[in-house]
Ligand binder design. Structure first.
Ligand SMILES: NC(=O)c1ccc[n+]([C@@H]2O[C@H](COP(=O)([O-])OP(=O)(O)OC[C@H]3O[C@@H](n4cnc5c(N)ncnc54)[C@H](OP(=O)(O)O)[C@@H]3O)[C@@H](O)[C@H]2O)c1
Length: 301
């Protein structure tokens, strides 16, 4: 069988998909392809002008593409609740793609006092998903897709220093947040299964893709890494695992998708596997409880 490509995305007419961080990078390319295939795509973005540029680019490719901006700052629980309330007014929701992410910023905090990477990449998406689950449950076959990273392999939840008050490692906290994405995916799937819900929770990663994710990498280090861009996925290629996870017929709860070549760094998409510790049920249950306490959001599964 030929390697997976954009043209394998089935017709999306009648589907509604909400994608966080959809104004650029993997989120934008996921939105572009889904909109071109006929989906109504809701772009969850924090910056109106960036969102409107992205909408303009997609509508330049397909004038009647249904692409709508939903204001969303994942560093604010209030903004998350407002965005979820807007999305819940849609007539349906087939998929939520938890894509937005921030990598290796200088130490900073969200509006609610969470360390930024753990706060945006995990806690924000935990709360957003919880708000939207009732809407997703209305739709047969609805999916939650969490965009993680190869960096999950180096991750570990630092429960003793959850807000990085004692120590802040830029890459350590990114890996922790991406490890949390996987623990969350599996725990959510277990909880959905336990109540016989048809909604599924899956994960994916884009390998190494040339996007704006490296914007916080110090300039000298970025210069050293520049040759890497020659072998990296483009953003469009990096979106393929997300597209497969979001639209393929052969997807089950708990599946994980990534690129095919160079140790999952690049090329197309296929089912892949996470590291063993990411499947630890006790760790996932603990993270769930901590996430509920920190965000004050309890799921009604
Ligand atoms: N690129 C890679 O090689 C790679 C590898 C592994 C995993 N990933 C994962 O892929 C996902 C997408 O990353 P990318 O590579 O496409 O990076 P990107 O080009 O930097 O895009 C990140 C997106 O997230 C948005 N975002 C950041 N903070 C946000 C917040 N507080 N509220 C709402 N949106 C926010 C950004 O919005 P603004 O433009 O407004 O900042 C942007 O739309 C991330 O989860 C990342 O961890 C990427």
């Amino acid at each position: 069988m030929a390697d997976y490509q954009e043209s394998d995305v089935p017709d999306q007419t009648g589907k509604t998909v909400f994608i966080t961080g959809a104004n650029t990078g993997i989120g934008y390319d996921t939105a572009r392809v889904l909109a071109l295939r006929g989906a109504r795509v809701l772009l969850g973005c924090r910056d109106e002008s960036k969102a409107s540029d992205a909408i303009g680019k997609i509508q330049a490719l397909k004038a009647d593409a249904e692409v709508v901006w939903i204001p969303l700052d994942l560093a604010s629980l209030d903004s998350i609740a407002n965005a979820a309330s807007l999305v819940s007014k849609e007539s349906k929701l087939d998929a939520l793609v938890n894509n937005a992410g921030v990598m290796t910023p200088p130490k900073s905090m969200t509006e609610d006092g969470f360390e930024l990477q753990f706060g945006v990449n995990h806690l924000g998406h935990y709360a957003l998903t919880g708000h939207l689950l009732p809407k997703l449950k209305e739709q047969q076959g609805a999916r939650i897709v969490n965009v993680s990273s190869l960096a999950h392999r180096n991750g570990k939840i630092d429960y003793e220093d959850i807000h990085a008050e004692k120590r802040y490692s830029r890459m350590g906290r990114y890996s922790m947040s991406k490890f949390a994405n996987i623990l969350f995916t599996y725990e959510l799937q277990r909880r959905l299964e336990a109540v016989g819900s048809p909604v599924i929770s899956v994960a994916c990663h884009p390998g190494g893709s040339a996007t704006e994710l490296g914007r916080h990498i110090p300039p000298l280090f970025a210069l050293l890494l520049a040759p890497m861009s020659l072998i990296m996925n483009s953003s469009a290629q990096g979106a393929l695992p997300t597209l497969m996870a979001t639209t393929d017929a052969d997807v089950s709860g708990g599946d994980y998708f990534g690129p095919m070549k160079m140790g999952e760094m690049r090329h197309s998409a296929q089912k892949v596997d996470t590291i063993g510790p990411a499947k630890d049920k006790a760790d996932a249950a603990k993270l769930w409880q901590v996430s509920a306490e920190l965000t004050g959001f309890e799921y009604s599964i």
